[in-house]
Every structure is written in C-alpha cells, then in structure tokens.
Design a protein around this ligand. Structure first.
Ligand code: SAM
Length: 615
C-alpha cells in the first residue's frame, strides 16, 4: 500500500476511526485535491478527520429521518387498510356500489391523494397503495458545522438544516486515487470546506479596493464610479469560507470621505466619522450576534482572514465538556429566586459562590471595586498568584514532540464571575446574566495603521469602565490536540493565539487529558480573534465566567473594559506572552503595542519566568 495512504489510515486509527470509514472519504479528498497530499496531511489530517466525523453525524441523522419516514408510512398504510376494512364493511351492509364510487372519487388512478408523493406507484388492487419515497433533502449551503454547540441546551438555538445523507457512503472499493468513488454532488458540503482549505486565494475580491480618495470626489462621474465600486456584486468575501459563492455581504466599506477628512480630536468629528464608516450591510458575524460587526480597511487592500464565525464555543471531538442540568448541584444555582437577582436584598446562591457579592451593577457593567481588584492582582507581581501542576498538561503535550518533560511554569489563579443560568429561578433578563447574553456594543474590525499589527478591533461607541465587550470564542480543544495542530501547521506564526482554560489546573492532583482544555479561534471563532495584544496596560481584561459548568474545566472567557474607552480607540488585551520565551508553542511576534511598559522593548533578557499581566 502507498505509505501515505497507510499513514493516513494510521492517523485515523489513532482517533478510533476504522479503515472502512476512512477509505471512501480519503479517496474523495484525494480526488478533490487532485492528489495534493499535503492538504490532507496538514494539521494531523484534520481535514480528513473532520470530513469523516461530519459524514458520520449526517448519515446518522439521515438514517433517523428515514426510519421516522418509514414508520410514518407504515402507520399511514395500516391506517388506510383499517379505513378500507371499515368502509368495505359499512358499504356491504348499506349500498354495495357507492363505496367504489367514493373511492374512485377520492383516489382516481391519475391523481394523487392529499398525502401522496408518488401517485404513479400502485401495487394493484382497487385502492392505490401509496408509497412515499422520502424526498432527498436539498443540500445546504451552510459552511460545515462543528460538532456540538455548547449551549445546545439553551432554548434560543435553532435546529440544524437538513443535509444529504448519501454523502460519502462507504464502498468496498480500495483507495485508488483515480476512482470516482463518490458522486461529486453528494459531497458538495464537504467540498465546500475543502475548497476553503485548499484554495484560500479564492477569497480575494475581484474588485480593486480603491477608497474614496482614489476618486475625484468633485465630479459626478467620479462619484458614480465610487458608488459602482460600493455596490460591486463580484466581491466575494463570505469570510473566505465559500469561495464559489459571490456575495457583497461583506464588501469592504468604501466611503467618499476618509478618516483624514474628519476632526478626530472632537466628539462631533468622531461621531461624523463613525456615521460614515458604519456600513451595516457588512457583518463579519453573518447575523450571528445581536449587533452588526462591520469591518473596514482604510490602509490596504487586505481582506479579513478566512474563518468560520461562531458566536458560542463549540467542542472539537474528545474535549470533555459535559454539562447537564442533572450535574449542577443545588448549591450552584439560585432555584428559589424570581425576576432579577440584583434587586434582591441579599446575594443569591450564585453570588455566594463568588464572594457573596454580585459582580455586576444594574447597568450591566462590572462593579468597579471587583474589576479594580482583578486588574491589580493580575498586574502586580506581589498579589498575582500562580499554582503549579505536578505534571503540567502543556509540558506533557510539548514533551510528546520534544521528548523532555519540562516543569510547570505556573497557572495564574483567577477570580471567577458566576452567572445565573437555566436551573436558576430568576428570569433571562436577570442582571446577573451578562456574558451569556452576548455582544451589546457596536464593534468594528479594522485594519490597524500600516506596518502595524494587522487587523484589530474597536468599538464604534464610547464604552464605560467595566463594560462587557465580547467573549473569547473558539473551538474547545484538548491541549494535546492544540499542540498537534500547531506543530503540524506550516503557518505557526499566523496561528491565532489560543486561551488555555487553566484556572483550576494547579488545584488538581491529577488532571485527565480530555479535561485540559483551551479555546482555539483559528478556524472557528468570533470577533475576539481580532483583538491585538498590548503589554500590561491594555484596555480589556479577561475574566473567567462560570455559566453552565460547575467543575470549571470548561468555562467562558469574557473581556471587560479596564477603563472608559472612547469610540474608535483600539481594543487590546494582554496575551500574557513573554517575548523572550522561545519555548512557547506559538512563535511570538515583534510587539508593536506602543505601551510604555512593552515587554518586547524592555529587554528580552532570556528570563523564562512567567510575568504577571492583565490576562
Ligand atoms: C489573535 S491575532 C490578532 C488579530 C490579527 N492582528 C489579525 O490581523 O488577524 C494575533 C496576531 O496579531 C498580531 N499582533 C497582535 N498584537 C500585536 C502587537 N502588539 N504587535 C504586533 N503584532 C501584533 C500578531 O501577528 C499576532 O500573531
């Protein structure tokens, strides 16, 4: 057997996938990628694993649909037979001719009964037996979905659209790279993903990204040109996921005026500018958030990177995120509360878990004293505490590649916010539910000035201190999976910075591998993936938030403002990286944060100790 085929099988076997499932999918991918093995092999055969897992889910769903349809059909046929028997009996007793007339009137050979899908199929007898062949569902154009949405228990979630069951049905054939094993149209949904992986260039727009400055604003023709540019339907960005689909939904914002045309020092000037640049037809979140998240590039012609926008974390494969109402003990929810917990005279059960005080004000911001305490303990080496694991999952994952098990560098001890949730008695509008309600402020992804940090995030309105800006959303992975992905990625330095859910690691005597989790926004993430790093004095601080999961292996990570932030000011967070630590999984960048406390410029002396930062 071709050694590359054997290797692919082996990689899948390691994930518990038998060869017979791997074979047809691999074969299809080889055909799709025109035998470019490297596309299949990258990130430890992720494309292959994803395709197999997705296919399995869809086949199972479709099988269930078929079973249901068959059961319904059986029931219908039995019912028809029962009715016929009753009618026959009644008619024999009454008038023998009438029933036949009635029957003919109801089910004429050339007409469908009301429930009949396929009237031409008749199995003889005077009554047509109606066989319903379940219609093939239309293929969806949605991007490939990730396994299980974490808040699948929340009432808000809509059901998944149906997909074709026939995709990648296993066959007995061997993996011959030229065989047309799977009809293309049945694997359309997989192809879509593969195309986005294989051909990232396809997302480049077919329009030149001129800005308003490139036109002679004064002339009618120039204005028309500019308008045409704005409405050019050939722009295909669609987040780079759907290279074949052309849409202007994310066409770059092009305004006649640019930033320089506004008096940015004044409140009015900034407001005018925001009104001009806020193009609500451009939504990087594809309507997944309750606010539009626009983007703008006034610097160059780059488009935002390709990724799947997800508003909530999603679990990848074996990461252990198992929460259910039954697993939440009474002490972890305020089941006797009603309405808004914040208005009650004493702290509810949820607040008791975080020091007996609610973390939020009635305006929905974080309480200032709590926020200040978090900021202080994060940044002050005197108050910042680390706990150390006996066998650090990060070091273990690294050791798999490097062979030497390093000592734990420490995990920062953090204060949690505990929000009320489904099992609580309060209402969804309770003031102790902020992060779970999602983004509220108008945010914009923008290109930072040339030679800088690439895309960044800002708000288009002033933010008060303690405002919840957004959650850090990504795929929930085990550390092992993250290390596999990064070490096999050929774009290590472009890997979006993950966040480790390590707040409780140091407290556990023994950590199970599937519970050592992180959030990776590289392929699936939300707007937080655009937040750039700033050393120490970033205007956002990340705070762990417990919503569903009492055991805190899995929790949410939310960003709150550390001070008032003006509209258009870049939002930043401290990634907590050490620029001199060559040991880190993801290669550090040359920091351009501009902070007076920048760790990059302040001497990269080789110290490998962790330093405190606002993370
Ligand atoms: C999570 S992404 C942030 C969004 C990114 N700027 C983009 O264009 O998609 C992290 C990457 O942004 C860049 N970056 C973030 N903060 C930076 C900083 N302070 N200086 C230079 N580059 C930075 C680095 O390339 C880093 O790898």
């Amino acid at each position: 057997m071709n050694p590359r085929v054997e290797k692919a099988f082996r990689a899948m076997r390691n994930l518990g996938i038998p060869d017979k499932k791997t074979k047809p999918v691999l074969k299809y991918l080889l055909k799709l990628y025109e035998k470019k093995w490297e596309l299949i092999e990258q990130e430890n055969y992720r494309v292959l694993a994803d395709a197999i897992f997705e296919n399995e889910t869809e086949v199972a769903e479709q099988k269930k649909k078929l079973d249901d349809a068959e059961a319904a059909e059986r029931e219908r046929v039995e019912q028809a037979e029962r009715m016929k028997a009753i009618e026959d009996e009644t008619q024999i007793q009454e008038e023998p001719e009438k029933p036949l007339k009635r029957m003919r009137a109801r089910y004429r050979d050339d007409e469908a009964s009301p429930s009949c899908v396929s009237p031409n199929i008749s199995l003889g007898g005077s009554l047509p037996v109606i066989l319903i062949k379940p219609k093939d569902e239309l293929l969806t154009d949605d991007p490939l979905r990730v396994e299980v949405p974490l808040d699948s228990t929340t009432p808000d979630l809509e059901p998944e659209p149906p997909v074709n069951t026939d995709a990648i049905s296993p066959t007995e054939n061997g993996v011959e790279e030229n065989d047309n094993l799977i009809p293309d149209e049945t694997v359309h949904h997989i192809a879509k993903r593969q195309e986005s992986v294989a051909n990232t260039d396809a997302i480049s727009p077919t329009v030149s990204l001129k800005t308003g400055n490139d036109f002679e604003k004064e002339t009618e023709t120039a204005r028309e040109d500019n308008n045409r540019l704005n409405s050019d339907e050939t722009v295909d960005v669609a987040k780079g996921q759907e290279s074949a689909v052309k849409t202007d939904a994310m066409s770059p914002t092009v305004s006649l005026k640019t930033r320089n045309d506004f008096e940015m020092e004044t409140e009015t000037g900034r407001e005018e500018y925001v009104n001009v640049i806020l193009d609500e037809t451009v939504d990087i979140a594809k309507g997944e958030e309750s606010v539009v998240i626009s983007y703008i590039n006034e610097v160059n012609s780059e488009l935002p990177p390709s990724f799947h926008y997800i508003p909530r974390n999603a679990v990848f494969q074996n990461a252990y995120v198992n929460f259910s109402l039954a697993r939440i003990p009474k002490e972890n929810c305020c089941s006797t509360c009603v309405g808004n917990c914040l208005t009650s005279s004493s702290p509810c059960q949820c607040a008791l878990q975080t020091g007996g005080e609610f973390s939020y004000t009635s305006e929905g911001t974080m309480k200032e004293d709590i926020l200040d305490h978090v900021i202080e303990t994060n940044s002050d080496p005197q108050t910042c505490h680390f706990s150390y694991c006996k066998e650090c999952p990060l070091e273990k994952a690294k050791a798999k590649n490097e062979g030497v098990l390093g000592t734990c560098k420490g995990h920062k001890e953090r204060s949690f916010i505990k929000e009320c949730w489904l099992k609580c008695g309060c209402s969804k509008k309770c003031g102790n539910r902020v992060v779970q309600r999602g983004i509220r402020y108008k945010l914009q992804v923008f290109m930072t000035p040339a030679g800088g940090k690439g895309w960044g995030l800002r708000a288009l309105e002033d933010l008060p201190k303690g405002a919840f800006v957004c959650e850090f959303v990504g795929e929930v992975l085990t550390c092992k999976e993250l290390y596999n992905r990064v070490s096999q990625s050929d774009k290590k330095d472009e890997y979006a910075y993950p966040i480790f859910l390590d707040a409780e690691w140091g407290k556990e005597s023994e950590l199970q591998e599937d519970k050592t989790l992180c959030l990776d926004p590289t392929s699936y993430g939300n707007v937080a993936r655009f937040i750039n790093h700033r050393c120490f004095d970033a205007n956002l601080v990340e705070i762990p938030v417990e919503v569903e999961n009492p055991d805190r292996h899995y929790y949410h990570v939310a960003f709150f403002t550390t001070r008032k932030v003006k509209a258009l000011e870049e939002l930043t967070r401290d990634y907590g990286i050490e620029f001199d630590d060559n040991d880190d999984l993801i290669k550090a960048f040359k920091c351009q944060c501009g902070s007076a406390f920048c760790r990059f410029t302040k001497g990269s002396s080789g110290s490998r100790k962790r330093k405190c930062a606002q993370t």
